[in-house]
Ligand binder design. Structure first.
Ligand SMILES: Cc1ncc(COP(=O)(O)O)c(C=O)c1O
Length: 445
């Protein structure tokens, strides 16, 4: 039998009896909460720490089109295409691409620069900036390649015994579920999945069903913050509170949420959180982070055995051998870009862009909405009656160079549309024009 990461599972469980954070109990998704204390130019979390009234940090409201025109100019995206699959990957602004190139060139001019130890102070600065953004301590942030890596570090790295249960949902991401199923096959753990209704109209009922599925054998809850199929934001806080009442830690998949709308670790209350920075933070491709609550770090095995013997050091998850430091270092430029716009303004613009296309075609009697818009942001999935999603995607791309994601999976059917903050009004007018013609005439044979 493998040794335990630090001490026994009993210890892991003892440490996983958490107090419910006072005053934050809510099943409302943070997307809908105004006046978030993060991401404002006034200083976000640190301002709150200094005791500034959070209401002073409210959004400045949607900006005018001249402002967004300037934002659009910051991206080198090919304007002959219309990229409406930003839930896949957002492009990075030019400042990030330039920084990436510069760091990469530097590591070729001075090859020793490729070693992490030689850029340690810069890496620590990135860690601190991410921690400020997420609202935790720098020592709780591990830099990863993406959400998949962060999620699997925890899913595969916590000690579980045959018969132990992990609770998740039918709408968690396939690779994230695959890691749990692998443990079920190899070690005999039990994976329980709670169904997510489409659309999710009653968040409190969903929380109650999650809570009812937690048993004395449940050792971990794994859930996504926003469902990739539908764009639905799940009531993480309600599930976390229910899990903590039973002493169960919660791992949250934040692939689609960090950088899309305002929230902090304290809003979610989760014990583990993994995200990708190449989505809504518009960072370099192949970057992400994993948050682990400080006292749980010793209880998680790294995926790659590190040289360090300090099991309490979050950096043990980063000892993965030689890798390019350039993407890692260019994360700072992405954070700077995002902060200069402000997370509230980003969220407001994404909602505005969503309204520009959905408001035009959403009421058509052939369009079936798969998402509860009240608890969603940019990503929305719509099914067009009588047209297979893959055929519609192919037509939009092959004929009009419009990119959406087709979905026919886990009970959801339709095209997922997700504009980014650099998407123009003209892009959406073109998309709406094509969709109106499809709704009227169907696809050409
Ligand atoms: C909810 C969710 N989880 C995880 C992932 C995987 O992200 P990555 O490929 O960046 O690891 C995605 C990707 O779209 C996602 O939508």
């Amino acid at each position: 039998m493998l040794p335990r990461p630090h001490n026994s599972r009993r210890s892991f469980l003892r440490h996983s009896t958490f107090a419910v954070a006072a005053g934050l109990v809510s099943t409302l998704p943070p997307a809908l909460r105004r006046g978030s204390n993060r991401g404002s130019r006034l200083g976000g979390r640190s301002a709150t720490r200094r005791g500034v009234d959070p209401s002073a940090l409210r959004s400045e409201g949607p900006k005018d089109e001249r402002f967004w025109f300037e934002v659009q100019q910051a991206f080198d995206i090919d304007r002959s295409i219309i990229h409406l699959n930003n839930g896949g990957v957002n492009p990075s602004p030019d400042t990030v691409v330039r920084s990436l190139r510069a760091h990469y060139s530097e590591s070729n001019r001075y090859p020793f620069y490729a070693h992490r130890g030689n850029v340690a102070s810069q890496v620590e600065a990135v860690r601190k900036q991410l921690a400020d953004e997420f609202g935790c301590d720098a020592d709780e942030i591990a830099l990863t390649r993406n959400t998949s890596e962060g999620m699997e570090i925890v899913e595969l790295g916590v000690a579980l015994e045959p018969g132990d249960e992990v609770l998740t949902t039918t709408h968690d991401y396939p690779r994230i579920l695959a890691a749990l199923r692998q443990r079920a096959d190899r070690e005999g753990i039990v994976v329980k999945e709670v169904d997510v209704p489409v659309p999710l109209d009653d968040a409190e009922a969903f929380v109650r069903r999650m809570e009812a599925a937690m048993t004395r054998r449940t050792r971990l809850v794994v859930m996504c913050h926003l469902v990739d199929l539908t764009g639905q934001i799940l009531p993480v806080r309600g599930v976390v509170d229910a899990a903590h009442r039973k002493g169960i830690p919660v791992l949250v998949d934040g692939a689609q949420t960090f950088g899309q709308f305002p929230f902090t670790q304290r809003d979610l209350g989760c014990d583990f959180f993994a995200t990708s920075l190449h989505k809504w933070m518009m960072g370099p491709q192949g970057t992400g982070f994993l948050y682990i609550r400080r006292d749980l770090i010793p209880h998680v095995w790294p995926l790659i055995a590190p040289e360090t013997e300090d099991v309490a050091d979050i950096r043990k998850f980063e000892d993965v051998g030689t890798q390019s430091m350039a993407p890692l270092l260019a994360i700072s430029d992405a954070l700077a870009f995002s902060r200069s716009i402000g997370i509230d303004a980003k969220r407001d613009r994404l909602l505005q862009l969503r309204g520009m296309w959905h408001g035009e075609i959403g009421d058509h009697d052939r369009v079936r909405l798969q998402t509860n818009l009240a608890t969603a942001c940019s990503l929305v999935t719509v099914d067009v009656d009588g047209i297979a999603p893959i055929e519609l995607r192919n037509y939009l791309w092959d004929v009009h160079r419009i990119r959406v994601r087709p979905i026919d999976d886990r009970g959801v059917r339709g095209i997922r549309v997700s504009p980014g903050i650099y998407t123009s009004v003209n892009d959406l007018e073109r998309f709406v024009g094509v969709m109106r013609q499809v709704l009227r005439d169907g696809l050409p044979s």
